[in-house]
Design a protein around this ligand. Structure first.
Ligand SMILES: [Zn+2]
Length: 209
């Protein structure tokens, strides 16, 4: 598995480029900004981007998606429950003081039960509302990796005070499907350092005890 994780944009969203070493098929997750850098990584590994997956429609995760779509022709996958957030990209831009990015449309909505593939690599989609209504996580079972978006961080959880946020729902998502994953699952949060499910189960103040 090729897996490059690198922070993009002013809020340093963790963007992932995931590729199959044999077929060179790839998916890009959360291309919030710095699309030239994303494309350089794609080219360096000789990858073909088959899909662009967005964990949720906050500007720092989705801002560069349409530019990447124009460059690669790959469809944008996002849970439909974040449609309202998509429509207020100008408001989101004003929150963080950046220009409104070019609009992104949902080519297909993804939710629990869907499987996304890049070559032989398979990710299960988990709909994990709470940070936003349409937040998803991607679980690569064979590699024991969770792309968590802004649902789970090392030592913290996603904020729930923005439009569409719900503390009750994020706790349901975390105590339900997320903590059902094995302890040795590597967690790639939407921001900041990597962690594991076991580490968070033990020490995260929102989850421990
Ligand atoms: Zn967010």
């Amino acid at each position: 598995m090729i897996h490059e994780i690198f922070p993009v944009g002013p809020l340093q969203c963790n963007c992932s480029v995931i590729g199959d070493e044999q077929t060179r098929e790839a998916m890009v997750i959360d291309p919030g900004d710095d699309i030239d850098d994303v494309l350089a990584i794609v080219r360096r590994h000789g990858l073909t981007v088959k899909q662009i997956v967005i964990t949720h429609a906050h500007i720092d995760h989705i801002g560069g998606a349409n530019k990447l779509k124009r460059a690669t022709g790959a469809p944008v996958l996002l849970n439909v429950n974040d449609q309202a957030l998509l429509k207020m990209m100008d408001v989101q831009a004003s929150w963080i003081g950046v220009e409104t990015p070019e609009p992104t449309a949902i080519d297909a909505s993804v939710t629990t039960g869907d499987k996304l593939q890049a070559g032989s690599l398979v990710a299960d989609v988990m709909h994990t509302p709470g940070h936003t209504e349409g937040s998803i996580c991607l679980y690569f079972a064979a590699e024991k990796k969770l792309i968590a978006g802004d649902t789970l961080f090392a030592g913290s959880i996603g904020r729930t005070d923005l439009p569409g946020g719900s503390f009750k729902k994020i706790m349901g998502s975390l105590l339900g499907p997320v903590l059902a994953l094995p302890d040795d699952t590597i967690v790639i949060p939407g921001h900041g350092p990597l962690t594991t499910i076991g580490e968070e189960r033990e020490t995260n103040p929102f989850l421990a005890g």
